[in-house]
Design a protein around this ligand. Structure first.
Ligand code: NA7
Length: 545
């Protein structure tokens, strides 16, 4: 941290009463938005609930927290100097390395002086007469801004575990998404982990090494692919750095924001032997998409997907010695339709004597007691419960702020039956509101860095367009919004995604409308569409003087 920035951070709790833009969140999207607005000579203030920059990487400090996209790709592309100077150490860095990168960016671009930390935004109301947003924080700050940018992230509101008796437990309780900064010593303790998504899969092997005894409570088994994490070799870093412009172009034009060769054949048009060999090669490479990119139809054909599913099941049975435990760890939904996990030694952890798997499909949790977890068949005595129960994803952070647009209409209310947002970035009735990686954009079905940079650039482009043309507001029409929402649904309906209950569909949160929220056509196609709309003067939006 530079001296000036440190001073700015500690000294400044002053909040301007009027700025051009309020940005909510100082994760990677909020930091870049601030930088872009400054380049346009606009004033902005960022409110951040956490004590520092980093967003999801500030909060998710549990042991084993790692990014699932390779570091040289999961990084900003907006500054060639930043790209060249930053030295990534690992293929899939752990949380401390990513947070270090976020801090480096904040220092390098002097961002902290316009960020107010430990400040949660509670409400934002659009004043139609003044054509401005009035934004309120938990500390009573009120700021008027022409633009409101929600850089609040897709997995930032931890889901409370809706289990009877949660408050009753007398031991220690931790949530992976709010892990103590000073770390947690579990040596010699009986630990229970509830949840086996990416967070559970990341934390379980490390807790198993420390705790006396670990009980994993699994409701839905996850597909986890080997990360094959390792230190980056100097020559591969140099290779990417020498060609970063071409690499970034490939990222932007790709499907997931990760440059890899596209598959050309169906899983059903090759022999079982050839298919097995291809899956084996993908498994050896590891990573999030190598297996899913083996054939063209793994996301669209159940029969094709079943071949990959059977392959992963065989792998699990090879890795886990106890056949009943292995069977319990085999998911029953199509591979890839919930975000797959990346792991280091997850399945092998179940071969340890001190690790026990409880299949909640067979013996559901009845309640949390003062001394542990009671399932339908017995009580599991515990000293510590770790909730790895996930997030109210994609819309949770947007609806947790009381956002009111024209006529006092609440965003939360208007999304009661499901989110509606044109291009996943703007909503009818909410002028000059930009939702970075909002519902209906590729967001979590992509390398988030690619998607958030694209959204920030597009929002900055739209704001620049207003500025240059003496206009004050941009707002989608209801017609364009409805057509986009239908299009998002239609694209999803061609895939296997909507069939599976997951946080992509909101099915993990009781009472949340079940809608497949991300746009599944890929970041390359999506970007073309957004660019085309901007180039044609923003059809589908109303721009007013
Ligand atoms: P996930 O992927 O939503 O995983 C949460 C896990 O917790 C999942 O196994 C859930 O089972 C389980 N869960 C949630 N509530 C309960 C209750 N009440 N009882 C038992 N089990 C429960 O969240 P993560 O934090 O792991 O990962 C989220 C994303 O963040 C990840 O994909 C990365 O992209 C970053 P369920 O599946 O609902 O049956």
């Amino acid at each position: 941290m530079s001296i000036s920035d440190r001073d700015a951070r500690t000294a400044s709790r002053t909040v301007p009463s009027r700025v051009d833009a309020v940005i909510v969140g100082a994760g990677f999207s909020g930091m870049y938005m601030l930088h872009r607005l400054r380049e346009m000579n606009l004033s902005a203030i960022v409110f951040e609930a956490g004590g520092d920059v980093g967003g999801t990487w500030y909060w998710n400090r549990y042991p084993g927290a790692r990014v699932d996209v390779e570091s040289l790709a999961y990084s900003y592309s907006f500054s060639a100097e930043l790209e060249q100077e930053y030295e990534w150490l690992e293929r899939y860095p752990a949380q401390p390395e990513i947070l270090r990168y976020a801090r480096h960016v904040a220092d390098r671009f002097g961002l902290r002086r316009d960020i107010r930390f430990d400040t949660r935004v509670t409400a934002a109301a659009y004043d139609e007469g003044g054509r401005a947003w009035r934004v309120r924080t938990e500390h009573g700050d009120v700021v008027t801004a022409r633009f409101l940018v929600m850089s609040t992230g897709c997995v930032s509101v931890p889901k409370s575990p809706e289990i009877p008796g949660v408050g009753r437990f007398g031991g220690r309780v931790h949530h992976t998404a709010n892990w103590p900064h000073e770390g947690v010593d579990l040596t010699g303790l009986r630990v229970g982990v509830i949840g086996t998504g990416s967070s559970g899969v990341g934390v379980i092997p490390l807790i198993a090494e420390q705790a006396a005894d670990l009980t994993v409570f699994q409701r839905t088994a996850a597909y986890s692919f080997p990360a094959r994490n390792r230190g980056l070799r100097p020559e591969e870093i140099a290779g990417v750095k020498a060609n970063y412009r071409a690499f970034r172009k490939e990222q932007r034009e790709s499907h997931f924001g990760i440059p890899v060769p596209m598959p050309t054949r169906s899983a059903l048009e090759v022999s079982p032997e050839e298919r097995e060999a291809a899956y084996e090669r993908a498994w050896e490479i590891g990573g999030l998409i190598s297996l899913m990119y083996t054939y063209t139809d793994l996301y669209t054909s159940r029969e094709a997907n079943d071949t990959a599913k059977r392959f992963v099941h065989r792998k699990i049975h090879q890795m886990v010695r106890d056949p009943r435990t292995a069977a319990d760890l085999c998911p029953d939904y199509p591979v890839g339709t919930k975000r797959p996990c990346l792991d280091t030694g997850y399945y092998e952890t179940y071969n340890r004597e001190n690790v026990h798997l409880v299949n909640l499909r067979r013996t559901p949790i009845a309640e949390i007691t003062e001394t542990g977890v009671r399932t339908s068949d017995r009580e599991h005595a515990l000293d510590v419960i770790v909730y790895a129960t996930g997030f109210d994803a994609i819309t949770g952070a947007l609806t947790s702020v009381d956002i009111r647009g024209r006529g006092g209409v609440s965003l939360r209310e208007s999304w009661r039956t499901g989110p509606r947002a044109y291009l996943g970035i703007a909503a009818a009735g909410f002028p000059n509101l930009f939702m970075i990686t909002g519902p209906g954009s590729p967001s979590v079905l992509s390398n988030m860095m690619v998607s958030l940079e694209q959204h920030v650039d597009w929002a900055a482009g739209a704001i620049g367009h207003l500025e240059r043309n003496g206009l004050t507001t941009i707002e989608p029409t209801r017609q364009a919004q409805d057509a986009w929402t239908d299009h998002v649904d239609l694209v999803a309906a061609h895939t296997l995604f909507p069939e599976t209950d997951s946080w992509y569909t909101g099915a993990n949160v009781p009472g949340k409308p079940r809608v497949f929220m991300p746009y599944a056509a890929g970041v390359g196609q999506y970007r073309k569409r957004c660019d085309d709309i901007a180039a044609r003067g923003y059809p589908g939006f109303t721009l007013s003087a």
